[in-house]
Design a protein around this ligand. Structure first.
Ligand code: BG6
Length: 526
């Protein structure tokens, strides 16, 4: 059950969120859908001085408030090793909101939100700081009507998870008072491999029940990713062809044009496969390949995603069917950019991958024999994430082979970003007096079909945490299954040489093209 509070129903002492934030100019008055509004609650962020917090979490909280989706007494507590008062913290949030929020700045929304901001200085070993945090939570319950409902967002490196979790337990913050809830939100990396992920999960679960833990995979908060399930299971026309009888292969691409920026400390030693294949890309694979869940709820989604992940089979010859690369200097956006080994903070001998491509199969009746090619990389030609389901050729063509020379394979492409939507590619007669057939595309673009803009992934996910809606959060079983897929690949790479170099601004190492060419296929150039 989620704690959804709908407009028009009571929100207890805290009143009605949408009403109290006043008429909401961001909402179309003709929109008759009931908004999902969080009930009385607050959010405590650990790691409040970090990048994620400033760029994503604080702006998302403001945007939610601005859209009328938070309760009026909503409270935000920052915890960090800084000598700040409440108003200093509020100023930091203010600056982050002004710089990164997606909705316009409204003074009345800001004022109401800022009244519920508190700051607790201290480090994670400091018992006094956690006592102060407990006092802050109790004070907010009394003054803002947060009702004892708090989510603790651990936006800190995983090595601090155990300490923070234990401190929350020790100071009575992890256990919800009668009739209220306590939740923990954790960010990846959920471990470095299967063994460390298990260890981490065990530690977190010593303090929090599995239902209290919300693991963020921000790709699941993206509108287009959720749409994979809508398109597949709310329609009749795709499912009949969504299988080995019609599909030749699937390509999942997450390409970035940026380098590692200032994240050397996080990225080096982790690399692209651990950074995004283990989580985002395997989640995309699971959503693309899974069976229909019996209901759209967390348990049913977990059941089906887990079945897919457990069915994933690695190629026997990992040398032939996986590739890793490292960006070399090159040109991007008209500027000369350094290679990975020249980035600040990276040792010139680093073997960390910034590009990875792998071939996987899903061993079940629906997908047996259909390869799923996953690739990701930094400093590639452009930023694009897509899932392309590429179909087999028509079994027979009544046309001359010259007529279909330029006809490619049919494909359905989910465009996750940046140009959100879907493309169907098929052959069509070229206008004229001869029979010539060429590829054309039919496009669905979010921007053209809907007037509402998509919420930022973190907005959606923070709201879901406050509502207790776990649909879009991977469970620990999925995390562990994903490591089982990746571990043998990483071990193979560890034993075998260095990543191939590829020029920044290119589409990755040649070896990746060769990997597909061996199967008689080629990567899409999105
Ligand atoms: C994060 C990775 O999970 O996703 C980053 O750690 C990556 O390395 C980022 O840049 C990409 O997210 P998005 O939403 O910009 O595709």
């Amino acid at each position: 059950m989620s704690d959804e509070v709908l407009t028009g129903t009571g929100t207890g002492a805290a009143g009605n969120a949408a009403e109290e934030y006043g008429s909401n100019p961001l909402r179309d008055p003709r929109d008759r859908r009931l908004p999902r509004v969080a009930g009385p609650s607050g959010l405590v962020i650990f790691g409040v001085t970090g990048d994620l917090s400033r760029k994503k979490l604080m702006p998302a909280v403001y945007d939610l408030a601005n859209r009328g989706l938070l309760p009026p007494g909503f409270s935000l507590v920052g915890f960090a090793r800084r000598d700040w008062e409440d108003q200093d913290f509020a100023q930091v949030v203010h600056d982050a909101v002004r710089e990164h929020a997606r909705t316009e700045f409204r003074e009345e929304v800001w004022t109401q939100l800022a009244e519920g901001m508190r700051f607790v200085p201290g480090d994670f070993d400091d018992d006094d700081a956690f006592k102060q945090l407990r006092d802050a939570v109790e004070e907010l319950d009394a003054s803002r009507g947060t009702g004892g409902n708090f989510a603790f967002y651990l936006s800190v490196p995983p090595r601090f998870f155990p300490k923070v979790a234990q401190q929350l337990k020790k100071h009575g913050l992890a256990d919800a008072p009668e009739g209220s809830w306590r939740r923990a939100v954790i960010e990846k990396p959920f471990g470095h491999d299967l063994a460390s992920a298990r260890e981490l999960n065990a530690i977190v679960h010593e303090v929090f029940d599995p239902e209290q833990v919300f693991r963020i995979d921000h790709y699941l908060g993206k509108e287009t990713v959720q749409n994979i399930l809508a398109l597949r299971f709310a329609n009749q026309m795709y499912e009949p062809i969504w299988n080995r009888s019609y599909v030749d292969h699937v390509q999942i691409t997450m390409a970035e044009d940026i380098g590692i920026g200032g994240r050397a400390g996080y990225y080096d030693g982790i690399g692209s496969a651990r950074d995004v294949i283990q989580n985002h890309l395997l989640q995309l694979l699971a959503l693309t390949a899974m069976e229909e869940p019996i209901a759209f709820d967390a348990e049913s989604l977990l059941t089906e995603k887990l079945k897919v992940l457990k069915s994933v089979r690695l190629p026997e010859d990992l040398g032939a069917h996986t590739v890793r690369g490292q960006y070399a200097p090159g040109w991007q956006g008209g500027a000369k950019v350094p290679g990975y080994l020249q980035e600040e903070g990276i040792a010139p001998t680093s073997r960390t991958d910034t590009y990875a491509a792998v071939k996987l199969e899903v061993d079940n009746r629906r997908w047996a024999g259909v390869p799923f090619y996953l690739r990701t990389g930094k400093r590639l030609g452009r930023r694009v994430t897509e899932i392309a389901v590429v179909f087999q050729r028509a079994p027979h063509s009544p046309f001359d082979s010259t007529a279909t020379e330029e006809l490619g394979a049919n494909a359905i492409v989910f465009r996750v970003q940046p140009d959100e939507g879907m493309t169907v590619r098929f052959g069509s007669k070229v206008p004229g007096t001869s029979m010539e057939i060429r590829d054309v595309s039919m496009d669905f673009a979010y921007g053209e079909s809907f007037t509402e803009s998509s919420p930022e992934a973190y907005e959606r996910l923070i709201l879901d945490v406050l509502l207790g809606d776990a649909n879009l959060f991977p469970r620990h079983q999925e995390v562990e299954e994903s490591w089982k897929i990746l571990d043998p690949i990483e071990e193979y790479w560890d034993r075998n040489g260095r990543p191939a170099q590829y020029a920044s601004g290119s589409w990755g190492p040649e070896e990746a093209d060769e990997m597909l060419a061996r199967d008689g296929r080629s990567w899409r150039r999105p």
